[in-house]
Design a protein around this ligand. Sequence first.
Ligand SMILES: [Zn+2]
Length: 204
Amino acid sequence: MAAIGQEYCGLCGRNTGPYERRDGRCGECREQRVPLSGLVRVGAHKGLLRRMVLDFKFRRGPIDRTLGRLMVAALQGTPWHRQLDAVVPVPLHWFRRLERGHHPTRALAKVVGSALRLPVVEVLRRTRYDRPQVGLSRPQRLENVRGSFAVVRGARLEGVTVCVIDDVTTTGATLAETARTLRKAGVAHIYAAVIAKGESTQTA
Ligand SMILES: [Zn+2]
């Protein structure tokens, strides 16, 4: 997978050299069980893209469409985007939504859904207000997010293929937990699309 010139792992999104990947995945992802079938990203979480994501998290505006279109372009470069039945935004806790007055992943999902003609299904909800993931290791993050999502009552997801939409991934713990939750609800294949992949030492 390549976007904005940089090669990356098709499961966790981290930068890789061409010889580090086998079947599109890095050594780390080959060793551990990643519950995703694939991941696409716009770029690394640095420089201009990082600033755009920061703006986007806190302000609604034309930047939603810009980042959404970049995500659409990244998705269109994958062999799997035609298999998708729906897009699922990572939910924001209601407290954060009130605080910000903006739901970034929903805004992204709407742009992607309308460009790819896919329904946006908000089938995930947060079960609690997590403590921030900043400064935690991957095992700590996995522990921190465990059980923090649930599928909304009445959602029919058996056998479908979905793409989870998030703005930034660092260790992938949040995406892994959403995938685990969706899998339990019967979803057949779970892909993910993010704007940016951060290094584990970065915030966000
Ligand atoms: Zn990887």
